[in-house]
Design a protein around this ligand. Structure first.
Ligand code: ATP
Length: 579
């Protein structure tokens, strides 16, 4: 996310693209505010009539004044309501589309993105930012409509009353424009710094929630509090700088307006004395001018929400620049997929790593058999799974599924063949049934079958809400073993020919693990099972065991064969038995 930032005009065009589908909302908002604006010059006109004619005995009936005035404000009120409701309608529809598009960009981002994007920042960018910048931009549009349209109307009326004087009153505009330009540049720079400071704060809060157990067990609350306070102070300082810059806008614009206004009133008064203009016309002109100057002041303060809003929009749109996961595969898989895998001379080096994770690895995983991958931590076992699922392409070598090179296969087709229980269990804050039948239809009979196989059925039955029990954020209401078993049930529920269990039973007691293994026997011969485990008792019944070391296969065979060989596997078994 360190590419050069687009300028704010590009960002503004991008925002407008999202508003375009709701342009009729914007058009009707405009019309409502136009209606309200048209009533504006009627006020000085009314004053002119009251002052100019109202004091003569044969003038209009007195009751006419309250009727017209109240009527005028009722009409203004209706237009005002419609204007602000329609603007909200347009804004919220745009926010919804923006959020959808941002979430879509995140969902198709490359796997590498997820190692560098803090979840808190993603939340902020997708949930908060669109609302925040659209609110700022909408408030700016309201000012444009509420103040811009009456400005034009009043200006027209003033030109009609006294065009020379009106033109003279516009001399302060270039001065105002110059002052605003200088301030805007500063608002833009400091706004971006303030946004970054807030993102760092969001990332910290994300850490605090995720790591609460570590924080407490290390008694590190004061340490975290101190770090949070530092980041928070940083954000506050940037925000204050931002406010200070924004706050200079008002006094400066008022000063410029006051200069212009005093000039005009003096000249108008002089003209009135010279030409003996009526009191009514003078009063109308000054009232109009005062209304105009306050409107113009509001308009001059407009740049602040616009620049601030666009700075946030630009930062939020950085999600659109995330590299999407490449999916160059064109073909599907030949069905039915049996689930035979072959890895040939595979090399994989993660970006930024100084040595390859897999280095000339070759493996054959027969269909319908249980294949175990074992080896020391960092040997490359999970990296094999990373590649099998197409999260990254190998730097060299080929992966074949049923003899077909997967490089040419569409990612979705490939991934449909795998059901994975990974080392880090991820559960959704939803019901047990939702977690098991994730993104699929719920079939009660199958739910029971897989929950029984995962040795979790009795537990689910004992819960008052049963399958509808909500498991909490990432399954926080379950024990470690229950979370693992739920993840196993989810994998079993998916109709995939290949199952991958990466340390899937590490949190289970021996008895539960054995029960799960026995239950899995009903699928024996029908599924390809890849087991990764540190606990060697978990893999001893596997059809083939491959020992990995430093990204390649060290030795392969069944439990008995490897024991007989007396190599690395035999040493590992002895060490664990010794333990
Ligand atoms: N995203 C990543 N970026 C950089 N290096 C990585 C990344 N993921 C893994 N590695 C490195 O690749 C090597 C192999 O890691 P891998 O996770 O495949 O090992 P493993 O055998 O599964 O280990 P364990 O038994 O501890 O899970 C390690 O040296 C690790 O540091």
């Amino acid at each position: 996310m360190s590419e050069p930032q687009p300028d704010l005009k590009t960002t503004a065009r991008q925002v407008l693209r999202y508003v375009r589908p709701y342009r009729w909302g914007a058009v009707f908002t405009f019309l409502a505010y136009l209606g309200a604006a048209i009533t504006e010059p009627l006020i000085p006109h009314l004053i002119k009539t009251v002052f100019g004619e109202g004091f003569q005995p044969d003038a209009f009936a007195i009751w006419w004044v309250p009727v017209v005035l109240i009527g005028l404000y009722i009409v203004r009120g209706i237009f005002g309501f419609l204007g602000s409701y329609l603007l909200s309608w347009t804004t919220w529809h745009t926010v919804m589309d923006l959020r959808r598009a941002l979430a879509a960009a995140l969902l198709k981002a490359d796997a590498s993105v997820y190692t560098s994007l803090p979840a808190g920042n993603a939340v902020s960018k997708i949930v908060n930012d669109p609302h925040q910048f659209m609110t700022l931009l909408a408030s700016a549009s309201i000012t444009v409509l509420r103040d811009g349209l009456p400005t034009i109307a009043t200006l027209g009326y003033l030109l009609y009353l006294n065009w020379q004087l009106t033109l003279l009153s516009l001399v302060t505009l270039p001065l105002m424009a110059f002052v605003m330009k200088r301030i805007n540049q500063r608002v833009q720079r400091i706004g971006a710094l303030s946004y970054d400071a807030q993102m760092r704060l969001a990332a910290k809060v994300d850490d605090l929630v995720r790591a609460w157990r570590v924080v407490r067990s290390f008694d590190a609350a004061p340490h975290e509090q101190e770090q949070f306070a530092r980041l928070s102070k940083d954000a506050q300082q940037q925000a204050l700088k931002n406010s200070a810059t924004n706050a200079t806008i008002q006094p400066l614009s008022q000063l410029v307006a006051a200069i212009g206004l005093s000039l005009i009133i003096t000249i108008a008064l002089y003209q009135a004395r010279q030409h003996n203009t009526g009191v009514g016309e003078f009063a109308a002109f000054i009232t109009g001018l005062l209304l105009l100057s306050s409107r113009l002041r509001h308009l001059s303060e407009l740049s602040q929400p616009i620049v601030n809003g666009l700075v946030i929009a630009r930062a939020c749109f950085s999600l659109f620049q995330l590299p999407a996961e490449p999916d160059t595969g064109q073909s599907g898989l030949k069905t039915p997929v049996k689930g035979e895998l072959a890895l040939k001379d595979i090399r994989l080096q993660y970006p930024g790593a100084d040595k390859p994770a897999l280095d000339g690895l070759s493996l054959h995983i027969p269909a319908g058999k249980t294949t175990a991958l074992i080896g020391a931590s960092g040997a490359g076992k999970s990296s094999v799974i990373h590649l099998l699922l197409g999260f990254a392409p190998p730097d060299a070598g080929h992966i074949l599924l049923d003899g077909q090179d997967v490089a040419g296969v569409r990612k979705a087709d490939l991934r449909r063949q795998f059901a994975v229980v990974s080392q880090d269990i991820v559960l959704f804050d939803s019901s047990i049934a939702d977690n098991v039948a994730y993104a699929q239809d719920k079939d009660p009979a199958r739910l029971e079958q897989v929950l029984r196989a995962a040795h979790l059925w009795d537990f689910v039955q004992s819960l008052p809400q049963g399958l509808d029990t909500i498991v909490g954020a990432n399954g926080s209401k379950l024990s470690g073993g229950q979370r693992q078993r739920l993840a196993i049930a989810r994998a079993l529920y998916k109709e995939a020919p290949i199952w991958v269990f990466d340390e899937a039973t590490s949190a289970l007691d021996t008895e539960s693990e054995r029960a799960v293994q026995q239950a899995l026997e009903q699928w024996q011969g029908k599924k390809t099972l890849i087991l990764i485990a540190h606990r060697l008792s978990t893999v001893r019944a596997a059809d083939a065991i491959h020992v990995l070391a430093q990204g390649r296969v060290l030795e392969s065979g069944s439990h008995a064969e490897l024991l007989a060989r007396g190599g690395a596997y035999a040493t590992m078994v002895q060490a664990q038995v010794g333990d």
